[in-house]
Design a protein around this ligand. Sequence first.
Ligand code: PBG
Length: 336
Amino acid sequence: MVGYPKIRPRRLRQNKNIRDAVAETKLTHDNLILPIFVKEGISKPEEISSMPDVYRYPVGDPLIKFVEGNYSKGIRKVILFGIPSFKDNIASSAYQKDGVIQRSLKLLKETFGDKILLFADECTDEYTSHGHCGIVNYRGKQYYIDNDESLKVHAKIALSQAEAGADVIAPSSMMDGVVGAIREELDRNGFTDTLIMSYSVKYASVFYSPFREAASSAPAFGDRKSYQMDPRNANEAIKEARLDLEEGADILMVKPAHTYLDVIRLVKETYPEYPLAAYHVSGEYSMIKAAAINGWLNEKVAVLEITHAIRRAGADMILTYYAPKLAEWILEASPF
Ligand code: PBG
């Protein structure tokens, strides 16, 4: 005799209204952070060939229009990446008062005030001829990334970004002690309210490749494996996150996101009392874009499934190049 199942999970899936009512994960505009590339020496937005529909913006009206358009769609947080026309060994264009990122921050702060929360990516790779996230030194012929020399430069860059109007400094170099060095420099100069969102758990990932084309920041020699994390490690994320918290980070980040959902979950469960961001990176964007352009999958449904997965794993905020599209898609009926 076939009995009736007493418990029928399918009852809660039988129509969309029930599914929407019991959905455990929500994605709203508040969860989104929009990455923006600003480039010196151009007058019109430039499309990035490896990231269709993503542009580099000149400091000026096109940047304001882009942010304004996203603001009207509900985006309240942007993170800026600067692409300078001048590079040297010590990233001096990263901390000049009239540097590309400083001018962009100033312009957006003057235009939008506190309507937009302004994040600044803090690193040296876009500003150095060698393309590394710190200062390169030599022992004989062997180069190395000099951790403690790098801290001085990172602190200087962070301070100049705060002075230019950044609300949140986002150190992405993975140098040991960088959060502490920045916190101290900010506090010493009166920026005690400036937040730090640390790229705490950042892997040495192939999925940054399109970004490096976008920002001309590929290392000229070597790789980033001596400072970014090994993709085979998860527990080490706890150590990196703990150190950043001890040094004064306000918000943690895991990067990449889609490929590291387990790590997002681990960090959130270990430090539930801290806000956690996850970076859906350039390569994760371009993979979906390429498949969508070829008609191999439905872009909107794919992006909504992936971003909900990132939220489900435990991320409070998602940095994503899909933010402008998501801002529209999340207002429409969900595809689930
Ligand atoms: C470093 C930085 C990188 C990204 C964000 N900040 C590049 C890197 O570490 O090589 C990658 C973001 C992406 O791939 O979307 N300034």
